[in-house]
Design a protein around this ligand. Structure first.
Ligand SMILES: *Cc1c(COP(=O)(O)O)cnc(C)c1O
Length: 255
């Protein structure tokens, strides 16, 4: 689907079930095209801007995991929905070091690790909470200055020091593709992440698992699955179009 397509808002349990089924069906079809088992692709529903009432519907529709871009929004929702058993939160957006404490408290996964300072801060806070956290290293595969993440060349040295931080369980890599209507460019970003992962996996340090490739969103998850995604982060195709522009969630790093 074209990335700039608009998505109808899901307001009922039926809407959400229908959208989740449709996305799962498209994941399965993409798997079929490349001979993959759909069980190897985790669908992470992304719930930024979606209110708690609709998140309860998503829970009723079977979602046990939600992705949020901003940590305060995630924490507010995690507290409001603390009564729902087994609901896990994944923070998928850029994190300032001074907010590591919040993530350490409630998140079960963080997908945007991109600096040593942040790894240190998270590890320290997690040790204090007696918790561990699954982490993915964010890689900038598009070369756009507006995207967070490490340059692919920086990733090997970064992974090399991560075993120092025993509360961080390194699971793999994450990327955002070029926001482009040209599927060939998008595909190239995903292929770059997979190639990098395959290369790094050969001599990864003990304790560093590089099984996960988190890539693909509403507009491009089928391409990502064809290119090997093990996690797709899908918001609008499940919950409906967002009123806020994505620039609100992906500010330029310089800003
Ligand atoms: C919002 C967001 C997504 C999901 O985007 P949709 O267009 O809603 O599918 C994926 N990844 C990140 C980092 C996001 O912030």
């Amino acid at each position: 689907m074209h990335p700039f397509t608009s998505y109808p808002t899901a307001t009922s349990l039926d809407d959400l079930r229908h959208n989740l089924d449709a996305v799962r069906g498209r994941i399965a079809a993409a798997c079929g095209r490349v001979g993959r088992d759909p069980a190897g692709v985790r669908l992470l529903p992304v719930s930024k801007t979606v209110d708690e009432a609709r998140l309860c519907l998503a829970y009723a529709a079977g979602c046990r995991e939600l992705g949020e871009n901003k940590v305060q929004e995630a924490q507010r929702k995690a507290e409001a929905l603390a009564d729902l058993p087994d609901l896990r939160w994944s923070v998928i957006g850029h994190l300032q070091t001074n907010k590591a404490r919040l993530v350490a408290r409630f998140a079960s996964e963080f997908q945007a690790l991109d600096s040593l300072r942040l790894a240190e801060a998270l590890d320290r806070r997690l040790q204090a909470e007696g918790r561990a956290l699954d982490v993915l290293v964010q890689v900038n595969t598009s070369g756009e200055a507006s995207k967070y993440g490490l340059h692919p060349d920086e990733v090997p040295a970064f992974l090399h020091v991560l075993p120092t931080f025993s509360a961080l369980r390194v699971r793999g890599l994450m990327t955002l593709a070029l926001l482009s209507g040209d599927p060939a460019w998008v595909r190239q970003c995903f292929a770059r992440l997979r190639t990098l992962r395959d290369r790094l996996r050969q001599d990864a340090a003990p304790g560093i698992a590089l099984d996960e490739l988190s890539m693909g969103m509403s507009g491009d998850f089928e391409i990502a699955v064809e290119e090997g995604a093990t996690v797709v982060r899908v918001g609008q195709a499940i919950f409906g179009a967002r009123a806020l522009p994505d620039s609100h969630y992906w500010p330029t790093p310089a800003a």
